[in-house]
Design a protein around this ligand. Structure first.
Ligand SMILES: *[C@@H]1O[C@H](CO)[C@@H](O)[C@H](O)[C@H]1NC(C)=O
Ligand SMILES: *[C@@H]1O[C@H](CO)[C@@H](O)[C@H](O)[C@H]1NC(C)=O
Ligand SMILES: *[C@@H]1O[C@H](CO)[C@@H](O)[C@H](O)[C@H]1NC(C)=O
Ligand SMILES: *[C@@H]1O[C@H](CO)[C@@H](O)[C@H](O)[C@H]1NC(C)=O
Ligand SMILES: *[C@@H]1O[C@H](CO)[C@@H](O)[C@H](O)[C@H]1NC(C)=O
Ligand SMILES: *[C@@H]1O[C@H](CO)[C@@H](O)[C@H](O)[C@H]1NC(C)=O
Length: 462
């Protein structure tokens, strides 16, 4: 296990160039790569001809920030897609070369033939994804990772718009793919400070993944040393990535929660990877509630919003409003794609509203598990009951309705109406799709007997 197969090493070299933080390193890297393999592969050389650096229009680096950065001017999207497919072909080529020289395709043969599932919980911040992630974290036979892509965001400097958004989407996707294959070593290039001998004390929120804190991954605690993220329930030695990788391979399923995957379309590579059996659960939440929650969690970032809403100070900077719009739009476009059920996604995409989970956590957990094709253990049920204060009535029916509805609607009383209006203005299409009703006045917003949630039973499961 210590010997890292050739393919991921080469792949990591590419990623290492990305670490240079140079704005266009990714693209320069790709072009260099394409030139190297040109000799070997005529198909790719054809593509790379089209991708001559000079031919990539200058303006692909300045995408329109109001959209999510994919829709670029004048066909440059096509160039990027070609770049992407050339990159995939390059990797396939590497696999072929590796096999040719007697190498072994990483983990391919190691995977059990049974129905091993790969569940991605795709969300954005403040949508309750940590809570929902626990539904999978609590189950013994699932290897669960909490926000592993945090390390990539930390290391690679990507702006969230334009060509960089495309570049980051590709890197996130490719790292995610390796993680689902249990190749945790891929993360090591991004962990800072870098692990030594595959040992690290800096795995982001290690304590949020039970799989990283149980035997045998929890090695004996040695000596007191600074550890940024540690296991909650017990003291463990530094995380041995090789051990974690072995633990992953020994589990029946893999689940990852990620708030950094913005576009569903980029996950097609994973969905079509024959080594994976992907199930994607997109978690959404009322954007007004998300804003209210972010204003508490990242208070400093929203000073101008508060001042404008409460004191009539200068308007919120336009780019911040546009950013909010961009977020809503990228979530909506992913959901629209998923709900359209293109052939490649059929049976692999599920849309979940946080509000529905808050109102009936156990039922929704069961739906998600059914969708994933994994059976729920009593352990998970117990955890949900305990942590949502669900009470069991005489008929044996669990209900959290009353309690949770109070919780999930709290934002209605904390958000200034003017800000709710801003959100409604820019996020209207997304709100319409997800069934979040607009409030036209303060009275509606704060009247508990008026629901702002349209009921959408079974519409969500595809
Ligand atoms: C960017 O988006 C804005 C608002 O949607 C639009 O007015 C503008 O024309 C767009 N710019 C380009 C270059 O597409
Ligand atoms: C994009 O296309 C339009 C119309 O074809 C043209 O006027 C414009 O100059 C092009 N922009 C760039 C950056 O190539
Ligand atoms: C890799 O090998 C397979 C089977 O030998 C072949 O079908 C495929 O075209 C090859 N891929 C590349 C990129 O050369
Ligand atoms: C990490 O775990 C692997 C696999 O069990 C083991 O071979 C290796 O010695 C461990 N590394 C260290 C530094 O303990
Ligand atoms: C939730 O319900 C329980 C039992 O019905 C009650 O004791 C508790 O106060 C409720 N919590 C809230 C926040 O309403
Ligand atoms: C809240 O809405 C209900 C139903 O529309 C209405 O009957 C009630 O008067 C409203 N309450 C207040 C305080 O406005």
């Amino acid at each position: 296990m210590d010997k890292i197969p050739n393919l991921p090493m080469d792949f990591r070299d590419i990623l290492r160039t990305v670490r240079m933080k140079a704005k266009y390193a990714l693209f320069v890297g790709f072009v260099v790569v394409l030139v190297i393999i040109e000799k070997e592969n005529k198909i790719i050389s054809k593509v790379s001809d089209k991708l001559n650096l000079k031919q990539i229009p200058q303006n692909i680096f300045e995408a329109n920030s109001t959209e999510n950065g994919v829709y670029l001017e004048n066909g440059s999207l096509m160039s990027l897609n070609e770049l992407d497919s050339a990159f995939s072909q390059f990797r396939n080529k590497l696999v072929n070369v590796t096999l040719q020289y007697g190498g072994k395709q990483p983990f391919f043969e190691d995977l059990p033939k049974g129905p091993r599932r790969h569940v991605l919980l795709m969300a954005t911040t403040r949508t309750g994804s940590s809570f929902v992630g626990e539904f999978f974290n609590q189950q013994d036979n699932i290897f669960y990772l909490f926000e592993p892509l945090w390390h990539i965001e930390r290391t690679v400097s990507f702006e969230s718009v334009g060509a960089n958004a495309v570049g980051s989407a590709i890197v996130y996707r490719d790292v995610l793919q390796q993680l689902f294959l249990c190749d945790l070593h891929i993360l090591e290039s991004f962990i800072s400070p870098p692990p030594e001998n595959h040992l690290t004390r800096f795995m982001f929120r290690r304590g949020s993944s039970r799989s990283l804190c149980e035997d045998p991954v929890c090695t004996p605690f040695v000596k007191k040393a600074f550890e940024r993220y540690h296991c909650k329930s017990r003291r463990c030695g530094p995380l041995n990535m090789t051990l974690a990788m072995e633990a992953c391979l020994n589990k029946d399923h893999v689940a990852v929660k990620a708030v950094r995957i913005r576009q569903l379309e980029y996950l097609r590579t994973l969905v079509e990877d024959p080594r994976l059996d992907m199930r994607i659960i997109q978690l959404v939440r009322d954007p007004r509630a998300v804003l209210a929650s972010r204003m508490v969690a990242f208070s400093g970032k929203y000073e101008s919003w508060k001042k404008w809403a409460l004191e009539g100070a200068a308007p919120i900077p336009e780019e911040e409003v546009q950013k909010l719009k961009g977020n809503c739009e990228s979530i909506r476009m992913s959901a629209e794609l998923g709900l359209k059920q293109p052939e490649w996604l059929r049976g692999r995409y599920m849309l979940m509203r946080y509000e529905d989970i808050a109102r009936s956590p156990l039922q929704k957990a069961k739906e998600m598990y059914r969708f994933a094709g994994i059976s729920v253990t009593p352990q998970v049920e117990q955890w949900i009951i305990k942590n949502t204060q669900a009470s069991q009535d005489n008929n044996g029916i669990y209900s959290t309705q009353k309690n949770s509805s109070e919780q999930f609607e709290k934002w209605r009383f904390s958000i200034p109406f003017k800000l709710a209006q801003v959100v409604q203005d820019v996020c209207k299409p997304a709100m319409k799709l997800f069934g979040y009703k607009l409030a036209n006045d303060l009275e509606t917003l704060t009247n508990r007997s008026i629901s702002l949630l349209e009921e959408r039973v079974n519409f969500w499961v595809t």
